[in-house]
Design a protein around this ligand. Sequence first.
Ligand code: SF4
Length: 269
Amino acid sequence: MPVTSDVDVNPKADADADSSESASETGDELPINELFESLQGEGRLAGVPSVFVRTSGCNLRCWFCDSYHTSWEPTHATMSVAEIVAEVESYDADHVVLTGGEPLMHDAAVTLLEELDARGYHTTVETNGTVARDAPIDLASVSPKLASSTPTPEKDPTPDGNAGEWAERHEERRIDLDALATLVERYDFQLKFVVSEREDVTEITDLLGRIRDAAAVEIRDTDVLLMPEGATRERIAETRPVAAELSQEYGFRYTPRLHVTLWNDAPET
Ligand code: SF4
């Protein structure tokens, strides 16, 4: 079972959506939504015991976000980098996953990664690929968001139905070819695409071609991971066959969502 952290997560009064985008914290502290130990659920390192540091705040608003409380309704405690490192060191795992939200929005993410690197941790950063930083990252897990991620009146996770306010901003921001090229050039990487339906593959191959054109490094088909969309076992059961079939057809890698299979949509998994 995942180990519950004792991070005191206080619902912040910043329901204002824009406040979740701005990295207003100082250079040595981060808004932390969750800090816990579990198994990496996705990607090349699926199954590896890891400490997860989940920052709050995202510059996008995917309708299916499985980290709702880091993007749509951010809640967090503020922790210094020293406090985060001490908490990480209290666990046994030697892999750390810095995730969000969009962790690279925050200046202090670089400081944290430097401190973890100095202590010999393997670091994975889960990013939506819209921000590139110069930081010691062992695996950049880059997940560009497809058009199907954009919130609409029909796909609106907010209780008061205001997802439409975000649609335009999300659409403008979700692909940044310069940032994507920098991330794949600078780091060992995996490109992870969330698959909701079979039609997504057209956009994936088109975007992959654009990233390959923009980047000065080879992107192999096996660097591309297709992951079923869904934060519950029921939804994953629907999307899993599509992601698996497309992976076989196109020579991409399929990645499970191990944490959903094991723990469904429980927090801190
Ligand atoms: S980029 Fe990730 S954290 Fe941000 S809204 Fe989309 S799924 Fe959520």
